[in-house]
Design a protein around this ligand. Structure first.
Ligand SMILES: *Cc1c(COP(=O)(O)O)cnc(C)c1O
Length: 227
């Protein structure tokens, strides 16, 4: 087995163990591989290993890889980075789901960019820290934002996304996230996704009900270059 294959198998084994240890069925959890900074060839190798869900956090990289790998039509591309308003068209063209919708203005722009297209899966990103500079909407703005997404013609509200703060145990933060996810489900019962858990904290996320894990380096190895 290649190291990529063995790391993928090890992580999937840990996901299954973490799920069973809290009485959850591993098959209800989607493992997304975050491939940012890795060449398209790594995504191709992952696809050959059966990976279907991959994620990027920069629009240019997303667009370039999605185009280069357009022959892999079973791949689903998730966008997990800051969406600049002027990049919404490009993001919509390449992404099957956007996890990082964090402001009302962006909802309107994404909706306009999708006129006449199939609905785009959208998650509302929540800031679990007290630092307004970190990505995501503050919890007190969550419902307004989720309602905007739910009302948008070309967007489908799927749930919530968050990154654990650095200065707090992940489990405590993900418990708050689970409560916030519940509030969003009251707006739309089909908004069942909870995107949480990365290489270092996916077990805690699974214990708190995460449905979508975003795992990078534990599967791909260290990122080759970072800008
Ligand atoms: C890079 C990234 C991840 C994956 O991080 P790892 O620690 O490498 O697993 C998950 N979510 C987001 C938003 C990211 O930018």
């Amino acid at each position: 087995m290649t190291t990529l294959a063995s790391r993928l198998a090890a992580v999937d084994g840990s996901i299954a163990d973490a799920a069973r240890s809290v009485g959850r069925d591993p098959s209800e959890i989607t493992r997304i591989v975050v491939t940012k900074f890795h060449p398209a060839q790594v995504v191709r190798e992952l696809a050959a290993l059966g990976v279907r869900d991959v994620a990027e956090n920069r629009q240019q990289e997303l667009s370039a890889k999605a185009e280069e790998l357009a022959d892999l039509d079973e791949l689903r591309w998730h966008f997990v980075g800051q969406v600049q308003s002027k990049k919404v068209r490009a993001v919509r063209r390449a992404a099957d789901a956007v996890h990082s919708v964090d402001r009302v203005k962006l909802v309107a722009a994404l909706d306009r960019a999708g006129e006449g297209q199939d609905p785009l899966d959208v998650l509302v990103q929540i800031n679990l820290t007290s630092d307004p500079q970190r990505g995501g909407v503050a919890p007190d703005g969550l419902e307004e934002l989720a309602e905007e997404v739910a009302a948008a013609e070309t967007l489908r509200l799927r749930g919530v996304m968050a990154v654990a703060p650095l200065d707090e145990p992940a489990a405590a933060a993900f418990e708050r996230l689970a409560d916030l996810a519940e509030r969003v489900r009251r707006i739309d019962a089909e908004a069942t996704w909870m995107s949480a858990g990365m290489s270092q904290d996916f077990a805690e996320a699974i214990a708190c009900g995460a449905t979508h894990l975003r795992i990078g380096s534990a599967i791909t190895g260290p990122r080759p270059y970072q800008v």
